[in-house]
Design a protein around this ligand. Sequence first.
Ligand code: SF4
Length: 603
Amino acid sequence: MPQADLVLLHAPSVYDFRKESILYGPVSDLVPSTPVFEMYPIGLTTIAEYLERHELRVRIVNLAVRMLNSDRFDPEKFIQGLRPAAFGIDLHWMPHAHGAIEVARLCKKLHPGIPVMLGGFSATYFHEELIRRPEVDFVVRGDSTEVPVLQLMQHLTHRPDAPALGEIPNLTWREPDGTVHVNELTYSPENLDHLLIDYSYVVRAVARYRDLAGSVPFKGWLGYPITAALSVRGCTHNCKTCGGSATAFSDLHNRRRPAYRAPETLAQDIRNIARFSRGPVFILGDIRQPGEEYADRFLRAIEGYEGPVIIELFDRADRGFIRRVARAMPNWTLEVSLESHSDEVRAAFGRPYRTAPIEDTMRYALEAGVRRLDVFFMIGLPKQDYASVMGTVDYCEHLMRDLDQGSSRRLIPFISPLAPFLDPGSPVFEHPERYGYRLSARTLEEHRRALVQPSWKYVLNYETEWMNRDQIVDSTYEAGLRLNRLKAAYGLADPAQAQRTEARILRARRLIAQVDDIMSMGDAGQRAKLLRAIKPQVDQANLSTVCEKSELTVPLRGFALNLPRAAGIFLRHILSPSPSQGEGRGEGRSRRANSPQDRTSSE
Ligand code: SF4
């Protein structure tokens, strides 16, 4: 099997999750991942593809999925068998603060001579803390790291004309004597047109490394291959707890304005993905952010696309826009985040719309034939107390009863806690008192330790003026119970599914009380023993809590993957395995050759 120049490893949230007894709670109920957060960031594929285009071999290994799939999979033995020129580990969001560091430690222990680099939003925020750790040699900062990583790899593989370490933008590094250098963060491309985002890299990697499980973005992806199309890195909004907000991008990544993908290229990305996948394509970023003209150009370019597409709106929309979307992409799902029924709470969080106009937007979407309308609410917001959370659940009933009056039940509300962490770099993380928050973890090390606490109540890195951690947990379970019953009453969940969800929530509630009892004991040894004893129940309760994963899925017709097409890519790769001859390069090459630039997922 060929050795890669760079192995990109995606760690589980908590490295030894198979041994630890941790009640994760509903932290990942509303995303495709399990609580191990095994879904790797889209940036891993853009980095891999970009480097391969420059004659370097890159292998992505989703260690988290491999560990989830088999108790027998031994990550240590697996890493021992790798011999790349460098290891790269993503630390994008803070739930990976434990796993990413432990995997870095493992790489360094097994291969002391191979450099280890970290990257991602959280790595950027904590780069100075990271570079002081002996297992980390480099931190590549910024929201777009394809070019700095390429330069670093050219340096490490001794390519002719490779830059010296001091010349590589966005790099934090350490000399052998321990001297730390923080190079300026000057690489912040103005658009995303140099990237190729069609996932053909993943199919090629499966062929090259014969490693299907290690290449897939998350567990279950082959059955439900949802993919992301990236319209933007950056955001024009400033939601108060978001690490992908405009101020966070400016402070952390030196980004003055969002970088957009050209609208015609975005449409082509979606069509390219559809060559091998019949799964939904989620367009990250509101297509109106760059302005009406961008949205119009995109909708003209995607006109007639029949596959399932999910779009998100960051603000209300008028009827004309909604109709244009429905005409261009008839198989569409809309996601809106209301956060709360209360205008006051929503405004305090930073959402720019009031209830009446966003309800109009939802009405227009239902009128225009949207396939699904997912409406998201959150717990743990500024100015939100326990009663306000229950008011939001009552409001969900109003939405199901009064807005979605057809028989098809397309409007589906969801509620979940802001957990486990507030994002570093977000306005609230930077100024907690200003927004009524109290933080219990500030450093990377504090977050790393918090992640191995025995229940999500102890993992949370915040409380608010309006709710302490007990109330955040209680209101989450109570809201989950009430909403589940409402969904059953309005035909959104069949009785058996609603019963399962109710049983899960009640079990999770009992377990969290049990963990509290155990934690109140003075004897640490006894605590550890009792936590181990309840691990089977905890693992069972971790599967999902307040809703089932199936509630989030868009129904697919036929096979989820276009197998003949995927096999074609696979076979072509086997017959011509050079990194420069892969699928999806023809059209992309000329596009990229004309422009430099880059990336990041926001929401
Ligand atoms: S990325 Fe989403 S949550 Fe974050 S600031 Fe923008 S709109 Fe708000």
